[in-house]
Design a protein around this ligand. Structure first.
Ligand code: AVI
Length: 327
């Protein structure tokens, strides 16, 4: 689990892991040829999609980002005491590393290791953090964490804590979530742990509003995936011929996002015709909502022991610290 191709600039060590090339076109075609047509949520995040996601996080109805940030801010001293001194803090899919900022002064980790596929986002964040926290050692790892994760070898003897905010765990189906947490568990040292943000089950009206914001940012984010696919898979989706749909499925406790075809139509993707009936839907995302107990059960099954959690007064969102279960 080591990446070693390192370049040191001041307090930042840059590491680059070869990005596994996989066939995007066949992956997309496979999803679109299923009975329930599907596009994986990772395709949301081209440059435009990442900007639209930032816009979503600023919408009044979308409570997760600001609630989590304020939990991290408000409880930073307690979180730091719970995580303990001198850990190496590793953040898979760190993006712009904004959330970690509110923890750094209280936590003073031995090193911070952002793992991020976008080199521009990774380097921008590392430079900003090194300017604001000159004492901080940063190991910036450019890697696709969805295809396995490796760590710089010099960190393998350190106490390693994983940081996975944003309730991104909710975008995995239950079995995948378990397998992903098991992978995170393997990256922790035996005396390490996991600090993770988890969105909570709540009044469906609050969830419905969060995924159907009045400004239409979530709709634009959802529809943008078609433009992205047009570029990467030589497709000819007309985004005006689809509509955003998000609904809460209370039987399974998840938001389901779809793109609904507004008419009977045929779309070409990577040279293949994909036929749509009127009203037929493409599944683009699940966003599972947990209870504190259901998340703790999942974490325990993955080899973690729940230690402490923090929630807001309205019980909208939770941040959990789980240590590695001692066997
Ligand atoms: C990134 N992820 C946790 C977001 C969520 O809420 O599931 C993605 C998102 N989809 C629509 N709005 C936000």
């Amino acid at each position: 689990m080591a990446v070693d191709d390192a370049l040191r600039v001041q307090n930042i060590v840059h590491h680059k892991e070869p990005i596994a090339s996989h066939d995007v076109r066949s992956e997309l075609l496979e999803g679109l040829q299923k009975q329930q047509k599907t596009i994986a949520p990772k395709y949301f995040y081209d440059a435009q999609g990442s900007e639209l996601f930032e816009e979503i996080t600023r919408q009044t109805e979308y409570y997760p980002t600001r609630t989590e940030k304020s939990l991290l801010q408000q409880h930073s001293a307690d979180i730091a005491a719970t995580l303990g001194a001198d850990c190496v803090l590793i953040e898979p899919g760190s993006g712009s590393s904004e959330k970690v900022e509110v923890l750094l002064s209280a936590l003073r980790p031995k090193a911070y290791v952002p793992l991020e596929i976008s080199e521009a986002a990774l380097h921008g964040a590392a430079e900003r953090l090194t300017a604001d926290f000159p004492w901080l050692q940063i190991h910036a790892v450019c890697a696709d964490y969805s295809n396995g994760m490796s760590l710089p070898s010099e960190l393998l003897d350190e106490r390693r804590v994983l940081f996975y905010p944003g309730s991104t765990i909710g975008n995995f189906e239950p079995l995948q979530a378990l397998q992903f947490l098991q992978r995170l568990r393997k990256l922790c040292s035996h005396d390490g742990g996991l600090l993770i943000g988890v969105d909570l089950q709540k009044d469906p009206a609050i969830l419905d509003a969060a995924y159907n914001d009045a400004e239409g940012m979530t709709a634009a984010f959802n529809l943008n995936v078609l433009q992205h696919i047009n570029r990467v898979a030589e497709a000819n989706f007309d985004s005006d011929a689809f509509a955003h749909q998000a609904l809460y499925n209370s039987d399974v406790g998840r938001i389901e996002m779809y793109l609904k075809s507004l008419c009977e139509q045929s779309v070409t993707v990577a040279g293949q015709s994909i036929e749509f009936a009127a009203e037929e839907r493409i599944l683009t995302e699940y966003s599972y909502k947990y209870t504190v107990e259901s998340f703790q059960k999942l974490a325990s099954a993955a080899g973690f022991t729940p230690v402490q959690y923090w929630t807001d007064a309205e019980q909208l969102f939770s941040v959990h610290y789980c240590s590695v279960t001692q066997s």
